[in-house]
Design a protein around this ligand. Sequence first.
Ligand SMILES: NC(=O)c1ccc[n+]([C@@H]2O[C@H](COP(=O)([O-])OP(=O)(O)OC[C@H]3O[C@@H](n4cnc5c(N)ncnc54)[C@H](OP(=O)(O)O)[C@@H]3O)[C@@H](O)[C@H]2O)c1
Length: 157
Amino acid sequence: MFSIIAAIGKNNELGKNGGLVFNIKEDMKFFKDTTTGHKVVMGYRTWKSLPKKLPDRENFVVSYEEVKEADHTITNLDNFIDQNKDTDEEIFIIGGGMVYTAFLDHAKNLYLTEIDATVPDADTFFPEFDKSNYNKTIIKKGSENGLTYTFAKYIKK
Ligand SMILES: NC(=O)c1ccc[n+]([C@@H]2O[C@H](COP(=O)([O-])OP(=O)(O)OC[C@H]3O[C@@H](n4cnc5c(N)ncnc54)[C@H](OP(=O)(O)O)[C@@H]3O)[C@@H](O)[C@H]2O)c1
């Protein structure tokens, strides 16, 4: 089973210039607590944005080229999806925009930190999705450095 996890602005903003657009400590902690111990799948650009491999997680990088420092490179995304979508194991899809788009139709859960702010110069966005196809649970609300946000979980009906 695939679970997407992302932090998004009011217009689905995800990133700019290869980096994140929001810096919320509580969100980083939520991401770490939620994904630790699991397989995580990311696109090559997201991989390049990290200082190092994410610890205590099996790091899968989607790329047409072998990524030596990763635990695994996914060169054939369709095969990976076919082989893993029906497993009970929760595999986390951690970005970025291209990889979220590729997995959206196959993901059972969307863990979205919905941040109540816009970023006019963002260049990467979370894909649009039909919320009526999901049951939404609010996990928690919070605020930090003047930003308010909601940790939401969408479960496909
Ligand atoms: N807000 C958040 O929660 C969040 C989370 C993660 C990332 N981000 C942000 O998102 C941005 C990066 O997202 P992005 O959309 O530019 O890139 P991305 O999805 O991280 O990576 C794109 C790369 O993945 C590989 N790829 C994609 N589809 C593929 C396929 N079907 N087969 C093989 N390889 C494939 C390609 O790598 P190759 O070119 O090597 O083949 C492609 O260049 C950054 O700004 C990052 O900070 C935000």
